[in-house]
Structure formats: C-alpha cells, structure tokens
Design a protein around this ligand. Structure first.
Ligand code: ASP
Length: 435
C-alpha cells in the first residue's frame, strides 16, 4: 500500500506540473471571507484552460475527501467509547490517561521550544518586505484565553456537536465520559452498551478498510489538484520564512521524536517510520489529521503491532489534542509577524510576550481542529491576544497549503510515536509483527 501511495504522490506531482506547463491559466484576485475576516487571495480563474482540465481531478479529490470525512465522527466516537469502556474499571485508566496526556504535553512543548529557538536565531521577520502597515486607529480583536478553550470543550448538546465538523474536542470529551461511565454501570446495562459500541467500531473499521483501498487514487487526484491549482509566484516573497518553518518542523520530526522513540522506548525510529508511512503520506496529502485517523489506526495496529485497546484510546485523542506541528507553527508564525511589527516600530517583542506566545501556542494547538488550515485560524486568536492585527495571518494563508501539509505530517507522526511508546510501556509487541 505505501509503495502505491508514494507512486500516486509522485505521479500526482508530475501530472500537476505537466498541467502547469501545457495549459494556460489566469489567476484572479478574489476576496473571500475566512473565519469572519476578509482575505485577498489569488485563485485560479474557473474559466481558464487549466481549471477546465483540472475539473475532473478536483471532483475526484473532493469525493475522496468527503468519503474520509464521513468516517471521522462515527469512528472517533466508537473508538474512544470502546477504548475507555474497556479500561474504565481498573487502575489502567488513570495510568494510561496520565501517560497519554504527559506525552502530548511534553512533545508539544518540545516542538514549541524548537520553533522558538529557530525563529529567534534566524529572525526572518526583521525588516521583511510584507507590506502590512499597522492600521490607523487599530483596536485589537478578541483574544483567546484558557477559559475560552475550557468552555468550548464541554458540549451543551451532544447532537449538535456530532453534526458540526469543528467540534471534535467536544465529541471527545463526551466520548471519554460516556466510555468511563459505561465501564462503571452495573450489569447487564454497561456491558450491553459496550458490546454495541464495540460492534459499531468494528463495522466502521470494515467500512474504513473499503474506503482506504481508494487511497492511492484519491491521493493522486488530490496532489494533481494542489500542484495544478497553485500559482507558485505567491510563494516567492516568503520563501525564506517557509524554509525556516520547514527546517524547524523537520528537526522536531527527524531528531527530537526519533530520540524519544529510541532512548525512551527502545523502538527503531526507521522501523516505526516505515510502519506508519501510509498514514504519513495520507496526512501530507490531505492536510488533515482527523481525515487521516482511520489510516493512522490501521497502520499502528496492523503494521506497527499496537493493540486495539491502546490505539483506540491514544490515537483519536491525539488526532484532536496532540498537534506538535501546529504548536510549533503557531509559535513560529506569531513571532515572525511580531518581529516584523517590532522592526517597523509598532510593537515591542519582550521576553514576557515570548513566554505568553509559548503558552498560547500550546493552547491553540489543543484547540485547533484536525482539518486543513485550522492552525492558521487559531493563530488569529493569538495575534489578537497580543494586540496585533490579524492581517498578517491572512497574508500567511496565501502560502499555507505546503506548510499545512508538513505540519499535519508532523502532527500524525507525533501521535503515532506516542501510541508506540505508550503501547510498548503497557506490554504490546511493537514492530514485532508483519503485515
Ligand atoms: N491541518 C492540521 C491538522 O489537521 C491542523 C493545522 O492546520 O495545523 O493536523
């Protein structure tokens, strides 16, 4: 499977590039509304020759993404409920919960510190040519606080949370509580509902297996679409910044996390990377950890040897809560813009503000949904809390796709490393099985 997906990505890049070469394209400057703000973006003119050629790929890519999205809510609900109900009775629950949360917090924090060091050493924002004047009579928007995130985690109505794609955190909170109390409810009621969720989960995984057979084709269409639609000219002014972000993300993924795998868990990082490669390639192509979740679970269980009991607890939680790449990006992006405003004399980037950015970046990564560009939208809240205009984040939106692909890959990689470490510490035979 992973060879097929790799080939699909390669062919997708070639296909998209060929379309760039042989078809004529016009880009329109369009104003769209994103997260309640107007953003100016260059988009491919739908009447241009390239858009017409791309149309079937766009359609196939959209159908593929919808099929995977369709799985998210039932899969997360059934896997978390089953996972928690299975361990709710004993000491295991507290131990597994503490290990999981400890790992998530630690790696997200390490990622932010990596970002902080890299951006402070390279200073790409100082004097950058961003053309973002501080607006006259500027009044900062609403910021984000710890209380906001806590309030947003608790659903008022579980059915509206289930029907809203952005409410993954609420669904998880509900599923954790439901699973826990299923385990606590006396016989026969608790075990009846538990079996129901277990069977539902198994059926959802069979459905997922059917859909996952389409991954190579879906990935091909998606990559042709992304490469074909993108006007590379947009990236030029921000190439240096993008290279720094990529470096920091890759450093975290290729040095810090492998060190944890090797020295804490005694797990071969290369072996684990190979086992998880289908999930990593899917994360890279779809830019969404939630959409990738079924592939992450399957790869961790069937290729990596994580037992279902552990994967169904650690991975759905991780896809929503643990986003190392996003945490790193929040920090790097906000400091980049702060450096710019500091160099134009409109802002004072003090040490206290950097500490504030570290804490809010962690919160923002927990609060961000596992969907494309969610991290960038969360960035607007940090900028507002710092008293900076959010236009900067909107500028970064124009170049977000490749960075989003990379940070999603890092997010899923960190979730999977957590699953491996925790499962191994609980006695699973990691990497000791074959496909
Ligand atoms: N796309 C990322 C994810 O799904 C979130 C982000 O935008 O940083 O993991």
């Amino acid at each position: 499977m992973h060879t097929k997906i790799g080939l699909a990505m390669l062919l997708g890049v070639i296909g998209g590039w060929l379309l760039q070469e042989v078809t004529a394209a016009e880009y329109l400057v369009q104003t769209i509304t994103k997260a309640g703000h107007e953003v100016t973006l260059e988009v491919l003119d739908p009447n241009s020759q390239r858009a017409v050629w791309l149309a079937p790929f766009v359609m196939a890519a959209n159908i593929f993404m919808s099929l995977l999205k369709m799985l998210i809510v039932p899969l997360v609900l059934s896997s978390v409920v089953t996972g928690v109900a299975g361990i709710a009775g004993g000491k295991e629950f507290g131990r597994l919960g503490a290990k999981t949360m400890g790992y998530y917090m630690l790696t997200s924090f390490l990622a932010i510190v990596t970002g902080l060091l890299v951006i402070n050493l390279t200073q790409p924002g100082v004097g950058a040519n961003l053309n973002l004047p501080m607006p006259d009579n500027f009044a900062p928007g609403e910021g984000m606080s710890f209380v906001d995130i806590l309030l947003r985690m608790v659903p008022q109505n579980i059915f509206s949370a289930l029907s809203d794609n952005g409410s993954m955190l609420q669904i998880i909170v509900f599923a954790l509580m439901l699973g826990y109390f299923i385990g606590k409810t006396p016989e026969p009621h608790g075990s009846r509902i538990k079996s129901l969720f277990e069977s539902f989960f198994e059926v959802m995984m069979s459905l997922a297996s059917g859909i996952l057979k389409l991954i190579p084709y879906g990935v091909f269409a998606l990559v042709v679409k992304v490469v074909g639609e993108t006007g590379f000219a947009t990236f030029k002014p921000l190439l240096y910044y993008m290279a720094i972000v990529a470096f920091a993300l890759l450093f975290h993924a290729c040095v810090i996390l492998p060190m944890l795998l090797k020295f804490v868990g005694g797990i071969s990082p290369i072996g684990w990377f190979r086992a998880m490669s289908p999930a990593l390639m899917t994360a890279f192509s779809t830019s969404s950890s939630s959409i990738t979740l079924p592939v992450t679970i399957k790869s961790a269980e069937h290729r990596g040897g994580v037992s279902n009991k552990h994967s169904s607890f650690v991975l759905p939680l991780g896809a929503t809560v643990n986003m190392d790449g996003t945490a790193l990006y929040e920090c790097v992006g906000v400091i980049f813009l702060s450096q710019y405003y500091a160099s134009t004399g409109d802002f004072d980037l003090t040490l206290a503000k950097q500490v504030f950015i570290v804490i809010t970046a962690l919160l923002a990564s927990i609060g961000a949904a596992g969907i494309p560009s969610a991290g960038l939208i969360m960035m607007t809240a940090i900028l507002a809390a710092l008293g900076l205009p959010i236009e900067g984040a909107m500028l970064l939106l124009a170049i977000d796709r490749p960075l989003d692909m990379l940070r999603t890959l890092v997010n899923v990689w960190s979730d999977s490393c957590g699953a491996a470490l925790i499962a191994k510490s609980e006695g699973d035979a990691i990497l000791d099985c074959h496909e």
